[in-house]
Design a protein around this ligand. Structure first.
Ligand code: 0O2
Length: 207
């Protein structure tokens, strides 16, 4: 009986993960379509790159523990970021334009939004985060899945990548740690300024 239950649980898990994968494909395609249509009208691509990921088992476990979510057979579906799409844009305005276009689609439901561009995190992190729900059409019917969408510029991606790597350097003294945080904040503000200037250049050219 235990063996059968475990087998059933594994099958359910496999099916759930496959649904997240399908939802990722749906949302990624939506952004690719928006990029294609925009380039037709404006002769430039607002999207520089799209990355997708399914959260790793270690990261799922760490988040469940951190958020005090009981680790049971339903735990995974309580997280909103198992499926993640990252859309890297050329300009800040493109981020808001793409987010609006996505949210206008009638099979997309906004669950929550965090604007870390207008309200950067204390460490300087910037990005627009959306949790959306989208239907996945299966042979057995329709299933609504949540996807986390992170929209950011190339400069924000550059900073977040390096900050993420540096954060995992352990055994730093308190002094070095503080200095690192201060330096990273300066870099984040400088790259935000760069984004702003690039946006102004584009506005100038288009006006
Ligand atoms: P991974 O590898 O992307 O799965 P949490 O912050 O996790 O307690 P919540 O509400 O989900 O809870 O967080 P939030 O603020 O919406 O954003 C979580 C994700 O945004 C992170 O995912 C990162 O991808 C990114 N992020 C948020 N803050 C920072 C930051 O300060 N630096 C960097 N580099 N990325 C950040 P995970 O789960 O951490 O990792």
């Amino acid at each position: 009986r235990v063996k059968e239950d475990f087998h059933e649980y594994l099958q359910r898990l496999k099916s759930l993960m496959s649904c997240y994968q399908c939802a990722l494909m749906e949302v990624e395609t939506k952004f690719k379509v928006l990029d294609e249509r925009f380039s037709l009208d404006h002769e430039r691509n607002p999207i520089s790159m799209i990355k997708t990921r399914i959260k790793s088992p270690e990261s799922i476990r760490e988040k469940l523990i951190r958020k005090n979510i009981p680790i049971d057979s339903d735990a995974i579906s309580k997280l909103d970021d198992i499926a993640g799409v990252r859309v890297i844009c050329s300009f800040v305005d493109d981020i808001y334009m793409l987010a609006d276009c996505l949210l206008k689609q009638d099979d997309i439901k906004l669950i929550s939004k965090k604007d870390y561009i207008k309200n950067p995190k204390e460490n300087g992190y910037r990005s627009l985060h959306l949790i959306v729900e989208t239907p996945v059409f299966l042979e057995s019917g329709k299933r609504y899945m949540r996807v986390e969408v992170q929209l950011r510029t190339i400069a924000m991606e550059f900073w977040a990548n390096l900050e993420h790597r540096l954060r995992y350097k352990k055994n730093l003294s308190e002094e070095i740690n503080l200095l690192t945080q201060q330096e990273l904040l300066i870099c984040a503000n400088q790259s935000a300024e760069l984004d702003e200037r690039m946006q102004k250049i584009r506005n100038l050219i288009e006006s």
